[in-house]
Design a binder for this molecule. Structure first.
Ligand code: ADP
Ligand code: MG
Length: 361
């Protein structure tokens, strides 16, 4: 009795499952043998295509006072040497452009301010010339002659230090990008006034990302990413044919991403008040300075800029941060090739028209 009952259940289960399966087969017009003939080659193809898909190799190194991560499509054996050559190029740029390294091109330019022109490497000429252009278009919000003020505030060097107002005011006449003379034909730079200093901290990382991509491409890499901290340039596509998916940090919740965006052959940079800052008497002081006032810019929590070139997005993220939410978004909207996301001082997110619908914001 018991046996029969269980047998009945079993036969019911069999019947049910076979019915269910047949409906599925009928729906697609197959019988079981044909289904097998269909599924097996599909499975083989799937396994083969997975095995064939080129891998992605990634490596990081501490350069330019931050973590540089290079991603390339290929196996470790294929791409590691190329990545190392790219790191060497970035290190070479750091040695030219760091203001803290004795004997660097920037150090020599600063030490000769008001004295005489200095012959420098072509890369330094490129970056300074571009910096001047970006100062022009941002109305001086981005200005590499910020050097004396960066030194006075000493972010990352002096702890929670607020300079005397008089000391800030005294330096303001030295902050003027128009006082940088660049002689491209002689590859020379001269800072017209004694005491002037350039600081490439807001632009050199983006240039390094550009040069890094150039090296990778020249050495045969078809797709990848050079990320000099938050200054990122992508090229080509992922091996699965999709665009690179780049996350943007949340300015107040360090573990969270604000959003992510798909990029191919373009650059993205985020400047925020959360990277280097201190809080004193409930006021936040960050490392992006307003060249007009000499004090930290306060209009935004973060600015993300997207465009073709790394050097441009790096400098513009800093410049738009100084411009503040309203003028900053006006600037972004007035340039067809530039898109951006601004998180204002209250944490409200503004997205440029070209990005609406493309980012989950
Ligand atoms: P991060 O260095 O965190 O990537 P940015 O690209 O915005 O951020 O660069 C900030 C750096 O740029 C500062 O540390 C300083 O060296 C320099 N800087 C600060 N204010 C300005 C400014 N108004 N224009 C140009 N450079 C600036
Ligand atoms: Mg920048």
């Amino acid at each position: 009795m018991h046996k029969d009952f269980s047998a009945k259940i079993m036969s019911n289960v069999k019947a049910q499952s076979s019915n269910y399966f047949d409906i599925w087969i009928l729906k697609f017009g197959f019988n079981k043998i044909r289904l097998g003939l269909f599924i097996i080659p599909v499975l083989i193809l799937l396994i083969l295509s997975c095995a064939k898909e080129p891998p992605i190799f990634k490596k990081s190194k501490f350069l330019m006072d931050t973590v540089v991560t290079i991603t390339a499509v290929g196996t470790k054996d294929e791409v590691e040497k190329v990545i190392d050559a790219t790191f060497s190029e970035i290190e070479r740029l750091e040695n030219l452009m760091s203001g803290f390294k004795e004997g660097s091109d920037v150090d020599r330019i600063n030490k000769s301010a008001g004295i005489g022109p200095v012959k420098v490497n072509r890369d330094v000429i490129n970056v300074i010339a571009k910096a001047k252009e970006i100062s022009e278009i941002t109305g001086g919000a981005f200005d590499i002659t910020i050097g004396p003020l960066s030194k006075l505030w000493g972010f990352g060097v002096k702890k929670e230090y607020i300079p005397q107002e008089d000391d800030i005011k005294k330096l303001l006449p030295l902050i003027d990008y128009r006082q940088i003379s660049v002689d491209e034909s002689k590859s020379e730079v001269f800072l017209n006034k004694n005491g002037m200093m350039i600081d490439l901290g807001g632009i050199a990382k983006g240039y390094a990302a550009d040069r890094g991509v150039e090296i990778l491409k020249n050495m045969g890499i078809k797709a990848g990413i050079v990320a000099v901290s938050g200054d990122i340039r992508t090229f080509g596509k992922r091996p699965d044919g999709k665009a690179w998916h780049i996350g943007i940090k949340h300015p107040r919740e360090s573990e969270k991403v604000l959003t992510a965006i798909d990029l191919e052959d373009s650059s993205i940079s985020t400047s925020g008040d959360y990277e280097r800052f201190f809080i004193k008497d409930r006021r936040r002081y960050n490392h992006i300075l307003n060249p007009k006032s000499g004090y930290p810019a306060t209009g935004c929590q973060s600015v993300t800029i997207i465009s073709k070139e790394g050097i441009l997005v790096d400098a513009l993220a800093t410049g738009v941060f100084v411009l503040g939410t309203e003028k900053g978004m006006e600037f972004i909207e007035s340039n067809k090739s530039i898109e951006g996301i601004i998180v204002d001082s209250k944490g409200e997110v503004k997205v440029s028209s070209g990005l609406r619908g493309k980012v989950g914001l």
